[in-house]
Design a protein around this ligand. Structure first.
Ligand SMILES: Nc1ncnc2c1ncn2[C@@H]1O[C@H](COP(=O)(O)OP(=O)(O)OP(=O)(O)O)[C@@H](O)[C@H]1O
Ligand SMILES: [Mg+2]
Ligand SMILES: [Zn+2]
Length: 524
């Protein structure tokens, strides 16, 4: 006797469909699973055996072979339990399921037959839908998340018995199969709103002065450029960066699905019932984080902070406090916009298209160059050099805007303060221009420009090009820095509503390379 069910697992953050084939034949009663299972799947047999018995059915006393296909894929996790159990019951003639829908089954089973939620359901159901499935049967705790994929029938249950309660025995015959003609009784109706913007309590209006920093933050948000704020303690660096989410453009439907899938795969979707994530992620890991925590890892690789920040912001407060080796692993995702994690049997790729926002003091004591009356800087040049060298050149190269945040002066008495709404309006307009310009290129941001597209959309007139070349030579900047200045100039021109990049735009872009400059003003 042969039967087939469909389940799914997570591969990185993508869902993959798995065929669960069951063959029951005469022979010694033994059960085997084939198809590269990991230990969790071997344990699945024992869970399923107990679950079936505890629901009043019998586990076949025959030779039972379960094949998980495709065979060459390393399967992980416990999401196949439900499909294995129902596959065995149907193949052994104890159960008949309705055949009117192409049904996916996901769920881990406990020994008593109750079902436990699994991570990554969003990606699995999304894949199933694209492969023509129309329905999914899964644990109730996963139902709200699954229902984020539209036009799928979601059938949810806490316990196998709820499924069996829908069935009828055809005859008085004890050996007749339990026939379930419809799953409608398990239908899950989602009550989530189509997604809502989080209420923003913080506003840039709270920040007095620091106009040039707000300008730099506006540019960063408009083109998704990396930014670093440098200044003495208490000048508002953390405060300024924390407000960045209030001026970012909303996520597109596609972006919302992408980020929600990552959170789902990481098991970090707190309230799936609230709909897809609608606000861009803002991640601020503590400086004690490990390299694995930052880029992802584990035997079953899970996305790290750089992927959780995908389409949003990764905020590294007090950058030099982070372990240097940890910071170095940022270089690859910053360049490739994704993270690659190699395992013996598989290579996982997680998206990591984020804006890096960082803050740091200018020196270990924090007061260098701040002419603070009560706090003269006490650091030796060697200590300052050591402190700054924690942030390597290649990392600094990738930070487009390096901005000084000085101590407050007269402006603290100012009445006027640019609000988040003002800044956001500028960002949205500049972003619109980018979306229109890059429509055919499937990208949305100037920071994503590369290769021929970069040359094509950042053409400079001869005089401006000349000025830029001279600056690059004088500051000894890299080719990467050169490209990044071009992209930043593109964004500044977009904020200015100009299709052509002018020399003033390039000049502004260059002056944001603060730390790259020869440090002639270093104290002696
Ligand atoms: N420009 C400003 N306008 C209004 N309040 C400010 C400003 N700058 C600082 N503050 C106040 O000072 C507090 C400290 O600011 P914040 O923590 O952002 O400083 P910081 O630059 O990150 O300092 P550190 O280097 O010590 O981390 C803020 O919570 C805010 O109350
Ligand atoms: Mg701070
Ligand atoms: Zn100092």
């Amino acid at each position: 006797m042969y039967g087939k069910m469909y389940s799914a697992c997570l591969y990185g953050i993508d869902g993959v469909l798995i065929q669960v084939e069951v063959d029951i034949s005469n022979g010694l009663p033994q059960t085997s699973i084939i198809g590269l299972p990991d230990s969790a799947i071997r344990e699945a047999v024992e869970r399923v055996r107990a679950g079936i018995k505890n629901c009043g059915f019998t586990f076949p006393l025959q030779r039972t072979t379960i094949n998980l296909a495709p065979a060459d894929l390393r399967k992980e996790g416990s999401a196949f339990d439900l499909a294995i159990a129902l596959g065995i019951l149907c193949t052994s003639g104890q159960l008949v399921l309705p055949g009117d829908e192409k049904l996916l089954m996901i769920g881990e089973m406990a020994l008593d037959g109750s079902l436990r939620p699994v991570t990554g359901v969003l990606s699995m159901v999304d894949r199933a839908k694209r492969e023509g499935f129309t329905a999914v049967l899964l644990p109730k705790d996963n139902a709200a998340e699954a229902s984020l994929i539209e036009n799928m029938n979601i059938y949810a249950l806490d316990h196998l018995k709820e499924l069996f309660a829908l069935g009828e025995k055809e005859a008085a015959d004890k050996n007749a199969p339990l026939r379930i003609s419809s799953l409608a009784g398990l239908r899950f109706v989602s009550g989530h709103p189509p997604g809502q913007e989080a209420h923003q309590a913080e506003d840039y209006a709270d920040v007095l002065g620091q106009h040039h920093v707000k300008r730099a933050l506006t540019i960063a948000a408009a083109g998704m450029h990396n930014i670093m704020l440098i200044g003495p303690p208490g000048t508002g660096k953390t405060m300024l960066i924390k407000r960045l989410p209030t001026i970012l453009p909303p996520m597109t439907e596609q972006e919302a699905l992408e980020t929600t899938k990552i959170f789902s795969a990481a098991g970090k979707l707190k309230e799936p019932a609230a709909g897809l994530l609608r606000t861009r992620p803002f991640r601020s890991p503590h400086h004690t984080i490990s390299a694995g925590g930052l880029i992802g890892g584990g035997t079953i690789p899970k996305p790290g902070e750089v992927s959780l920040a995908h389409r949003g912001i990764l905020f590294l407060d007090e950058l030099p406090e982070f372990n240097r080796q940890v910071l170095e692993v940022l270089r690859q995702p910053l360049e490739d916009k994704c993270v690659t994690i190699s395992r013996a049997r598989a290579v996982h790729t997680f998206p990591a298209r984020f804006m890096l926002a960082a803050s740091m003091n200018p020196c270990p004591c924090g007061y260098w160059g701040s002419d603070h009356p009560g706090h003269p800087c006490t650091c030796s040049p060697a200590r300052i050099a050591h402190y700054r060298s924690k942030i390597s050149g290649p990392l600094l190269d990738r930070i487009d805007l390096q901005v000084d945040v000085p101590r407050p002066r007269e402006w603290t008495k100012e009445k006027f303060s640019l609000s988040s709404a003002d800044m956001r309006a500028q960002v949205l307009e500049a972003h619109e221009r980018q979306v229109r310009r890059y429509r055919m290129l499937q990208m949305n941001w100037n920071s994503e420009l590369s290769g021929t597209a970069l040359r094509r959309f950042t053409k400079l007139d001869p005089d401006t090009a000349d000025m830029l070349h001279r600056t690059i030579d004088a500051l000894g900047l890299s080719m990467r820095a050169y490209d990044r200045i071009l992209k930043l100039s593109r964004t500044i021109a977009d904020l200015d509503g100009k299709e052509n990049i002018l020399s003033s735009h390039v000049a502004e872009a260059i002056q944001y390379r603060n730390l790259d400059r020869p440090q002639t003003e270093t104290p002696v």
